[in-house]
Design a protein around this ligand. Structure first.
Ligand SMILES: [Zn+2]
Ligand SMILES: [Zn+2]
Length: 1012
């Protein structure tokens, strides 16, 4: 049922018959119109009319007067921080970020607190509004009778409450100076509600043919057109972030962000398209609008069906499009840097207009640059926003999701245009197809996706794409893997798929089987996800090393790690902040480096920098790992490198080895937290700090210099960590175990139910101080988020400091799978090699199996660990009953023990690029004189190109072949284009992510597996 609906919505959004060969409505397909109208019956009409009874009871004059016009401020919310004058911030807990409820029928000109039920404002604003109406039917505050501005429950002028809660449209200010935008909020609601209702009435008009409905909609649209010229957000709109008046240019009827404005414009366009013909059939409507137009001195706005339509098309639709183009060019945030939303809207504006010249102008706009001053879609689709992987325009997967949708929709729209502006965007920009794969690859364990940047709630479940998205890809491209992905996401079933689609998908599954999750690495976006297990035993561990190109909704979270296992999110990001904009807790804590599972250097937040430099990515049957360096986020460091590996305890569990090497600066804090739940520690003697926060015993929670509030808060954010406990002389090995609670009732035993799931972190090696403290996820308006998460901070300090944080992180249910964990000595001793330790860990499983995990920054030095010899960046050995069962060597030349030997002749292949593909297509190769093994031997390994550092350049090898005396490395469906050379002139071509003459390496992966 749900799937079918989604498909229908998808089709609706994507169809525009721009050649206007068909009858109106242009924005619906012939099939859709036929299907809608086929259901017509007296019962259907009766139901629809009953649904719109309140509107139908209004006279034409009353309908005409419904919209408040431009001269009353419009807002999305009442207040940013104070909630409700009566019950305070409880209002946010009950109703979210924009809590106050409005109802134009039951409580006109009032807003109601969802928590305490108080109604504001306290004056009769309706009477004040009536008193201020001009002959043109619009409210003029200058004209209104200010004697009506008093609290109607306290009419006595000497009553102290006489002016309490009184709003003249500019908000009520309380004794502390906080402004409450009651009427502006109501007014913002009214525009949105009437727009939505008009849309739904127009839909019902198509469904029933009932002219009364289109009659109402016709009046509303004509009135919108009347008032549009005077719209001006900079003087009438309350900014949804700052709650201050104006700031951005543009008409912005609906007073929200660029996305919402675009969405609502599209609703209005589809509404007009649906009722287009009513003006031809409804003489009363034409007469009424003609009379109104005469009354307000604008007779040219009516007089005939044609004149009314011209009024709506020119004054509202075309002017709306021009306003977007004008204000985008002026850099306004109201129609701002959103990727593709406005482009989509403008194409739809073009498609409902019959003005051929304007249409051509509008259709050209989305592909003009530079972005974001114009549509800029060429830059979006060939540059770092979507070009490489179809992913990662925003670091937040949710916000990137809108980028995918925009590009797909534009492809559909341009394909349907008849005439010279028709374009095949799939052929021009293969990244649109790749976006389906990227989006799918973000899902983890069939239940989650990594909450990078502003996305999701703290630890909450939910997928980033649904089965319908993959069915859409199957229909467009025919690749069978999309059928597998759709089936997989639909809980391994075709339930709810349309019958024909279900049949096709089932046939593909019968032939190729279900989709099997694999570890993925999006090097352009900067996200690696290590995966293992099946069904309820799926595990996914991720590391984010990217950089949001659009710099929106991003956190300072490079080399942040996460984990999903045992059905739960075991390392949740704090998620969407309490408030966007320059909100103190957002800048100092939620977005700040300290709240993430990474390392803070010198109590500073990370600097913005391009994507980290990937050293290793490897997936083998037992071990998967990602290794990234990212010194640019802390320029004082010579090394800022994390190696994160997932090692299976077949078949149902894994443990993780995390090695974070930092060299440089004077102080390091490794920050780590798991999910909600109490912790127990082993090996630590913690002393409680009686008062204050980690910022000091006398610094209260959330306190800081007001000058430092906001976006660029420079500090570490310690004032957001309270209930501080410390061990200032910890031993060389200790552990902390989180007793995880099921915050979101994923396991079905209730919200915050205790579970048997534990996450144990065992730290191996000396450190100066261990700190435990409570960190607070966004709470305001998010009452279901955890109240606190237990944070672990591991601190070192000293001059030209080196830290090697080595931990084994083990998720388990019930009893631990590991009997012992210990760090082994390595010879030669560490200081010989760049001051950074080589690391060797021995892990003994409960069943006696022993793993050796080896890691070195410099893989060229031969080392001895007991009986093992090792020269490499990563080594792994598994011993069962005294016999080596598996061994893995990455980026090295030596790993051997008593009964096995791995001695690849090279640690890495090296070469120089002599030629490269430069087109934007799905088949990309580089060419080299290097002698590389032909065939599949290196397939799945990663090629690392030493480029100029402008963006990381690692690509997965698909195959290698010899061709006319040179070696061809096939890198497949990607692009080597980094961005357009000159945003002002697209003809100048592209800048590439690397160039001929750059060198590359391919770390060698050597493996030994003896079947037990
Ligand atoms: Zn309240
Ligand atoms: Zn974050």
């Amino acid at each position: 049922m749900k799937i079918t609906q989604l498909l229908v919505i998808g089709a609706l959004a994507s169809i525009a018959l721009l050649a206007h060969a068909a009858e109106r409505p242009y924005l619906r397909t012939v099939d859709e119109i036929t299907a809608l109208r086929a259901g017509r019956s007296p019962e259907v009409t009766e139901k629809a009319l009953a649904r719109w009874q309140r509107y139908l009871e209004l006279s034409d004059e009353e309908t005409w007067a419904l919209l408040p016009g431009p001269r009353i401020y419009r807002a999305m919310g009442v207040n940013r921080t104070q909630g409700c004058p009566s019950c305070g911030t409880k209002a946010y807990d009950a109703g979210g970020l924009w809590p106050f409820k409005c109802d134009m029928w039951e409580t006109p000109w009032q807003v109601t607190c969802p928590s305490c039920g108080e109604v504001f404002p306290k004056n009769d604003f309706g009477a004040f509004y009536e008193s201020g109406l001009t002959p043109d039917g619009l409210f003029d505050p200058e004209r209104a009778d200010r004697k009506l501005l008093f609290n109607t429950e306290h009419p006595d002028a000497n009553d102290p409450l006489h002016t309490y809660g009184v709003d003249d449209g500019t908000g009520w200010v309380d004794a502390d100076g906080h402004r409450f935008w009651f009427i502006a909020r109501y007014c913002g609601y009214l525009w949105v509600q009437v727009t939505k209702d008009a849309r739904a009435m127009a839909d019902d008009y198509q469904r029933t043919g009932a002219p009364q409905l289109a009659h109402k909609v016709g009046i509303i649209l004509a009135r919108m057109a009347d008032t549009y010229a005077e719209m001006d957000f900079s003087t009438q709109g309350v900014h949804p972030g700052s709650y201050k008046l104006g700031g951005d240019k543009g008409k912005a009827i609906w007073a929200c962000g660029p996305t919402s404005e675009a969405v609502r414009m599209r609703l209005m366009l589809a509404t007009y398209d649906d009722v287009w013909d009513i003006f031809d059939h409804d003489a009363d409507l034409v007469e009424f609008l003609t009379q109104q137009a005469g009354q307000i001195g604008r007779p040219e706005w009516a007089g005939s069906a044609q004149a009314i339509r011209k009024h709506i098309e020119q004054e509202l639709i075309a002017e709306g499009a021009r306003d977007v183009m004008r204000t985008r060019a002026a850099g306004s945030n109201r129609y701002g840097g959103d990727v593709g939303h406005m482009a989509w809207t403008i194409v739809l504006q073009a498609s409902v207009l019959d003005d051929e010249k304007l249409k051509q102008e509008l259709l050209a706009w989305p592909f003009q640059g530079p972005f974001p001053l114009r549509g800029g879609m060429h830059e979006v689709l060939s540059g770092p926003i979507l070009g490489r992987e179809g992913a990662g325009g925003s670091s937040s997967p949710g916000y990137s999701g809108t980028h995918y949708r925009m590009s797909r929709t534009l492809a559909d729209l341009y394909a349907k245009i008849e005439g010279p502006q028709q374009r095949d965007l799939h052929a021009d920009y293969p990244c649109i197809k790749r976006s389906y794969d990227s989006q799918f690859s973000l899902n983890c364990c069939e239940r989650y996706y990594p909450h990078i940047g502003d996305s999701g709630k703290c630890g909450s479940p939910g997928l980033i794409c649904n089965p319908a998205t993959m069915l859409e890809a199957l229909e467009k491209f025919g690749d069978e893997r999309y059928a597998q992905m759709a089936y997989f996401l639909n809980r391994h079933s075709t339930g709810g798929f349309p019958a024909e689609v279900a049949e096709r998908v089932e046939a593909i599954i019968a032939e190729h089987g279900d989709y099997r999750p694999v570890s993925t690495n999006l090097n352009g976006y900067g996200l690696a996800i290590l995966r293992s297990g099946e069904g309820d035993h799926q595990r996914a561990a991720w590391m984010y090393y990217g950089c949001a190109v659009t710099n929106s909704h991003t956190h300072l979270d490079r080399l942040n790690i996460g984990l999903f296992a045992h059905g739960l999110n075991l390392m949740p990001d704090l998620g969407y902040p309490e408030r966007t904009g320059a909100w103190p807790k957002r800048g100092a804590w939620t977005n700040n480096t300290i709240s993430h599972n990474t390392v803070v250097v010198d109590r500073e937040r990370q600097k913005r920098a391009v994507v980290g430099s990937m050293n290793l990515f490897c997936r083998s049957p037992l071990v998967r790992l990602i290794d990234v360096s990212r010194e640019a986020v802390y320029p004082q460091t010579a090394l800022y490198r994390r190696t994160y590996a997932m090692i299976d305890i077949p078949d149902e569990d894994s443990y993780l080895v995390d090695i974070f090497r930092v060299k440089g600066g004077q102080e390091h804090h490794l920050s780590f937290h798991s999910a909600e739940g109490e912790v127990v520690t082993e090996g630590l003697k913690l002393a409680r700090q009686a008062t204050g926060t980690l910022a000091g015993p006398d610094v209260e929670f959330g306190d800081f210099d007001p000058k430092e509030q906001g976006w660029s808060y420079p500090g570490v954010g310690f004032q957001y960590l309270r209930n501080v406990e410390r061990d200032a002389s910890p031993p060389e090995q200790w552990s902390v175990t989180w007793q995880v609670e099921d915050t979101w009732n994923v396991l079905g035993n209730g919200k915050r139910a205790p579970t048997e799931v534990r996450l144990r972190l065992t730290m191996l090696g000396a450190c100066d101080e261990v700190i435990l403290a409570d960190g607070e996820p966004p709470r305001l308006g998010k009452p279901n988020n955890p109240e606190a998460l237990k944070y672990l901070l591991v601190q070192n300090s000293g001059d030209d400091l080196s830290s090697v944080y080595v931990s084994v992180i083990e998720p388990y249910q019930g009893a631990s799978n590991l009997r012992s964990i210990e760090r082994l000595p390595v010879e030669p001793a560490s200081e010989d090699v760049e001051g950074m330790d080589a690391v060797a860990i021995r892990v003994e499983h409960a069943d006696g199996v022993v793993d050796y995990v080896l890691s070195a920054h410099d893989g060229s030095v031969a080392r001895r660990i007991g009986d093992l010899q090792f020269a490499g960046q990563w080594g792994f050995v598994r011993v069962r009953d005294g016999k080596t069962e598996a061994a893995l060597l990455v980026g090295g030349t030596l790993l051997c023990g008593g009964d096995f030997e791995l001695r690849p002749p090279l640690a890495q292949y090296e070469g120089t690029i002599t030629d490269m593909d430069r087109e934007m297509d799905a088949h990309n190769c580089i060419y080299t004189d290097a002698d590389l093994p032909a065939g599949d031997a290196l397939a799945g390994n990663w090629l690392r190109i030493a480029n100029d550092g402008g963006q990381d350049a690692c690509y997965e090898i698909k195959a290698i072949r010899r061709e006319r005396g040179r070696t061809v490395v096939v890198l497949g469906d990607t692009t080597f284009i980094r961005c357009v050379k000159d945003p002002e002139s697209y003809e100048a071509g592209y800048t590439y992510n690397f160039e001929v003459g750059d060198t590359f390496t391919i770390p060698v992966v050597a493996r030994l597996e003896s079947k037990p």
